[in-house]
Design a protein. Structure first.
Length: 207
């Protein structure tokens, strides 16, 4: 896999990307982000930044519809619709809105339900290498946002849908990300259980 990734990066050099038209570069960046090819996406962003209106926002967030009727947008678009500018579009999974609200992405398939109550493990320490993402930039950022949400009392949750890789936290890497349901924003409580931070909503969930 690493050899294939290096080959793709070698193929898409800065010089070759610069020779493309702006719409072509935007499409290449979108594909690179979807495939989590961060180096190629970064090169595209670098070239677009040097072009007039290269980073202009699209006319409207592109949406796709799931079989259950949910209309999904990209994760970064969902955050943007809540007034959040992500610190890093590749590894940020939470952020602060312009009004200081904490907004957190929740992997929908990992939500635990107990009757009317729902809960979600937001962050846990990396014990014996079980959760390496917790020690990475995205995990450290999530921890700080959990602490801030705990102080504020509430946060907002965005449900993200996709296909996970078995044995890997979807916050770190997923097989595919369909998008986030930006039309259904959850108001969640954040509580600390031992060293873990949990989101709860819809009733009293069992600890």
């Amino acid at each position: 896999m690493q050899i294939q990734q290096r080959a793709r990066v070698a193929l898409w050099t800065l010089e070759k990307i610069t020779s493309l038209s702006t719409p072509e570069i935007r499409q290449l960046r979108a594909n690179a982000e979807r495939l989590q090819e961060e180096d190629i996406a970064a090169l595209c962003a670098q070239v677009l930044a040097d072009r007039p209106r290269g980073l202009a926002a699209p006319r409207a967030p592109a949406k796709k519809k799931r079989a259950d009727g949910r209309r999904l947008v990209s994760r970064s678009q969902a955050f943007g619709m809540r007034g959040v500018a992500l610190a890093n579009r590749f590894w940020s999974r939470s952020g602060l809105s312009s009004t200081g609200d904490v907004v957190i992405a929740l992997w929908a398939a990992d939500v635990r339900r107990d009757g009317a109550a729902s809960s979600y493990l937001l962050w846990a320490p990396n014990v014996d290498g079980a959760r390496p993402w917790s020690d990475k930039p995205g995990g450290k950022e999530r921890l700080e946002h959990c602490r801030k949400a705990l102080e504020r009392g509430t946060a907002e949750g965005l449900l993200v849908f996709g296909t996970r890789i078995e044995g890997t936290l979807p916050d770190e890497k997923a097989l595919s990300v369909d998008g986030a349901d930006a039309d259904s924003v959850l108001t969640i409580g954040v509580e600390k259980r031992g060293e873990e931070f949990w989101a709860t909503w819809g009733g009293k969930a069992a600890a």
